[in-house]
Design a protein around this ligand. Sequence first.
Ligand code: IPE
Ligand code: IPE
Ligand code: MG
Length: 246
Amino acid sequence: MNSDNQSIAYPRHISIVMDGNGRWARQRGLPRNAGHRAGVRAARKVVEACGERDIEILTLFAFSSENWSRPETEVTLLMRLFVESLQREVQDLHKNKVRLRFLGDRTSLPIALIRQMESSERLTASNEGLKLNVAVSYGGRWDLVEAARLLATRVAKGELQPEQIDEALFSAELSLAGVADPDLFIRTGGEKRVSNFLLWNLAYSEFLFSDALWPDFDSVLLDQAIDDFTQRRRRFGRTTEQLSAG
Ligand code: IPE
Ligand code: IPE
Ligand code: MG
């Protein structure tokens, strides 16, 4: 019997940097936007697969704070694609009991997208299936600065003493407050970096980098990633002997 539960556990929370849409399109002589459309189709399939596999939480990185620096035409097309895709998919997601939440700085988003996000969140708020978080206009540093600002405001109002601020209070102000940290971080597209995703929450996640371009990512590659995860020994700072002793 394996007493090391940490190494055989199934991931509760998977987070994915969905990278490689542009290269996927270029390989086919298509415009970048065709890659983004194919990326939405891949996301849809992975959401379904996570639901079927009893994954509790899936957090997808769709658009970073830094992606605002892309050419205006690409940004505009992406925003339009987010609105369209959300409109098209929300009823199915709802039927499948998915609870949808968006993370990120909404202030610069087009109003049509903000409305669609809000109505999708409202519609699915009491669903008890897969918790799907989509990061749009999100940056890990933005998230940390927002948390610091919220805590500073509470201190300024006299509601809180600086000495009371600890990790629990800090994380309660982050976008993923109350959500278990990602067990598994997947990045497709071959780059081995975090690109300002969930800086706080990834502190102890297992990292898996796949060379597959995001539109080619599917349930087979997801299963391989989960299998790989179940082989890992998560020590959280402890020794292997401590873990074996149970
Ligand atoms: C990821 O694919 C999607 C977004 C960042 C919006 P990319 O558009 O970054 O694709 P590559 O990296 O250029 O192939
Ligand atoms: C990261 O991909 C952000 C998303 C997938 C949304 P990028 O393609 O923007 O990352 P960099 O610029 O290569 O680090
Ligand atoms: Mg990229």
